[in-house]
Write a protein that binds this ligand. Structure first.
Ligand code: TZP
Ligand code: MG
Length: 211
């Protein structure tokens, strides 16, 4: 599951714009994976948003991942799910979703990264890179230095997350992350498309520079 700019939904940041407008702009700017994550949505609201995102992502040929909810992922025929440390285990998600689906896991250190790899995850989220107002219950900061340690330990694609802005991106990619995942820096931007394009450009440049 190679991705370069992984954009996660966050309706609180939309400034009155629609989900469809915000995510379509992010995709035009270079988002190549979209995750539906709305902690305060009902199942019904997630399903509705999931259908909108499935249409947009399918048209654009980008992956759609659903956070936490394997049932919603199955219902909208998403490309996969993203699981936290407390969510259902990877093998259960695979059993429910069937073959060929993407399963990502949130990790916060080398031990969790190794466990996710052993359990057969397709990629790991790693964070937070910085403190963030978007997820206040967040774990201790891993930081860009933590990416180096995890990169040495696992082969899996690393998607860095948490408080990432354009100016943080180069160091994170240089330290071995494949991709950055962002909420506020893209979906909360005045110009969503440009914000995505700037971050995507940095990822492309730094990955191109990688030995
Ligand atoms: N997981 C760890 S930090 C975070 C999540 C979902 C929030 C990321 O949001 P932002 O606005 O990019 O800091
Ligand atoms: Mg979760």
């Amino acid at each position: 599951m190679d991705t370069r700019l992984y954009v996660i939904t966050g309706h609180a940041f939309y400034k009155g714009r629609s989900l469809e407008d915000v995510i379509a702009a992010a995709i035009r700017g270079g988002a190549d994976c979209i995750q539906l994550r709305e902690k305060d949505y009902t199942g019904r609201q997630l399903l509705e948003a999931g259908h909108v995102l499935r249409r947009l992502t399918r048209e654009a040929g980008v992956n759609l991942i659903i956070n936490d909810r394997i049932d919603v992922a199955k219902a909208v025929d998403a490309d996969g799910v993203h699981l936290g440390q407390g969510d259902l285990p990877i093998e259960v998600a695979r059993e429910i979703l069937g073959a060929g689906k993407i399963v990502g896991v949130s990790t916060h250190n080398v031990e969790e990264a190794l466990a996710a790899e052993r359990a057969g995850a397709d990629y790991i989220g790693l964070g937070p890179m910085k403190p963030t107002q978007t997820k206040l219950d967040t774990d201790p900061v891993v930081g860009p230095a933590g990416v180096l340690a995890v990169r040495r330990a696992v082969q899996l694609p690393i998607v860095a997350i948490g408080g990432i802005k354009a100016e943080d991106t180069a160091e994170i990619i240089r330290n071995g992350a494949n991709s950055v995942a962002v909420i506020s820096a893209v979906v909360g931007a005045e110009d969503v498309e440009t914000a995505a394009r700037v971050i995507r450009g940095i990822v492309d440049r730094e990955r191109g520079n990688r030995a």
